[in-house]
Design a protein around this ligand. Structure first.
Ligand code: KE4
Length: 428
């Protein structure tokens, strides 16, 4: 594969944009080499500026669950754009998407639209703090909730103490209100609650984690968090920016059979345009401005253009729920094919999969949290990533990401992927 044009474009971009990208993971830092610049995409395929065609397993990090440039989504966007794209005034499309989105999930009475998953999670934390009148939050190592200060925190040096900033620019003042626990470790959460009794507003979690690769909750873990929150007057926030409307119409709440107090959404809910959202029951949402005093706002929140893409996408998902079985079957087919090939080698590996989220880890240990995810062999991953890229398969450029299959993928595409996988695996 030739990436000449992308390399030229990357050089130019770096003169105007920090690192040449508008989101760090796109820069290929953890796999090395230069990023490929996309020129267009349709269905399961993305094309770069050198004319290379790739089978896409990122789906724009989740939103393109129907495949790229889905006819009905594009039609909806074009039709809406002719009447204007944003007014800064209420529109019926916001109400329509709110009704549709709420009709697909459990236990949520109202939803507020914002412009990204970061904004949704940041606002959800503020709402939880305003509702409970408590300051501290618990998050989990390896779970990512966007780049607002409260989340850019890593586990503190002392056991069961508050976190420390993991980015310059985040203050110790912010970090002291964020407590960090290992994913799948209920005992540790209990200790944090005991040591900070009466001070914790919320526990926020990716109920099925996708930012350590795909990491699945152990039986009883999420249910245990629900019980601890109920017992200790703590709000449970499910960050479903990745899992929402991807694992099922009702997302992880439906798959796991556990209801959160607040759920955040992004990605799929916007169908590829910038939409985030957070939802909860009336008694909590009534605290939100302008009804209540917890402030939150946004110029482009709920703009009709973004709403039209979200409406078209969720409409397809609601009225064709067989898409989820189809995605599950395709992902299982990919998984079984990868296992069959890997089992013919001496390569240590684990594959984690749930629904259409899957990740491959070059390790001999089960990947159940961030610590075990970090034990993966990144040198092998780099060779694997670039090998597959050169075969025309675009995977997430980081070992700490989940693949996102889209429904435009065919079994021929997956067979093509497995043939490439067979060739590449021999070389790493
Ligand atoms: P955004 O602000 O990127 O829309 O959403 C932040 C976010 C919140 N919660 C979860 C569970 C997420 O996965 C994300 C963002 N996901 C990453 C992929 N790991 C987006 C890719 C990127 O950062 O460019």
């Amino acid at each position: 594969m030739i990436y000449k044009r992308s390399s030229e474009l990357f050089k130019i971009a770096k003169n105007y944009i920090p690192g040449g990208v508008n989101s760090p993971v796109r820069a290929f830092k953890s796999v090395g080499g230069n990023p490929v610049f996309a020129s267009k995409a349709k269905g399961a395929y993305v094309f770069d500026e050198d004319g290379n065609k790739f089978i896409d397993y990122i789906s724009s990090w989740g939103p393109m669950i129907l495949g790229h440039a889905h006819d009905n989504v594009i039609k909806a966007i074009l039709k809406t754009a002719e009447n204007g794209t944003s007014f800064g005034m209420p529109t019926t499309m916001e109400t329509e998407l709110a009704q549709l989105a709420l009709s697909m999930v459990n236990g949520m009475d109202k939803i507020r639209f914002v412009n990204s998953g970061t904004e949704a999670c940041m606002s959800a934390i503020r709402l939880a703090r305003g509702f409970t009148k408590k300051d501290k939050i618990i998050k989990f190592s390896g779970c990512y909730h966007g780049h607002s200060d409260s989340f850019l925190i890593q586990a503190g040096s002392g056991v069961v103490t508050f976190g420390t900033p993991n980015s310059p620019g985040v203050t110790q003042g912010t970090a002291k209100d964020t407590l960090i626990a290992p994913f799948n470790d209920l005992k540790y959460v209990k200790k944090l609650i005991k040591n900070n009794s009466g001070e914790i507003a919320s526990i926020i979690i990716e109920p099925v984690a996708g930012n350590m690769g795909c990491v699945i909750p152990k039986d009883g873990f999420i249910e245990g968090l629900r019980v601890l929150c109920d017992k200790n007057d703590i709000l449970l926030i499910f960050d479903e920016v990745m899992t929402g409307y991807r694992l099922a119409n009702g997302g992880a709440q439906e798959i796991l059979g556990v209801n959160a107090d607040i759920v955040t959404y992004g990605k799929v809910i916007g169908g590829g345009l910038p939409v985030g959202a957070f939802a909860s029951r009336n008694e909590i949402m009534k605290e939100l401005s302008p009804e209540g005093s917890v402030y939150q706002a946004g110029t482009l929140s709920g703009n009709p253009l973004a709403m039209s893409a979200g409406l078209a996408t969720l409409f397809e998902l609601k009225h064709n729920p067989c898409i989820y079985d189809s995605l599950e079957n395709k992902t299982s087919y990919l998984e079984q094919g990868m296992r069959a090939i890997l089992n013919e080698t001496s390569i240590d590996y684990r594959i984690n999969k749930l629904g259409s989220m899957i990740s491959l880890h070059f390790t001999s240990e089960d990947v159940v949290d961030f610590k075990s995810a970090q034990k993966g062999n990144n040198e092998k991953f780099k060779k694997y990533f670039h090998g597959m890229l050169s075969e025309g398969v675009y995977l997430p450029p980081s070992a700490f990401e989940s693949y996102f299959l889209n429904d435009a993928l065919t079994y021929d595409d997956i067979d093509f992927t497995l043939n490439a996988f067979k060739k590449v695996i021999k070389l790493i």
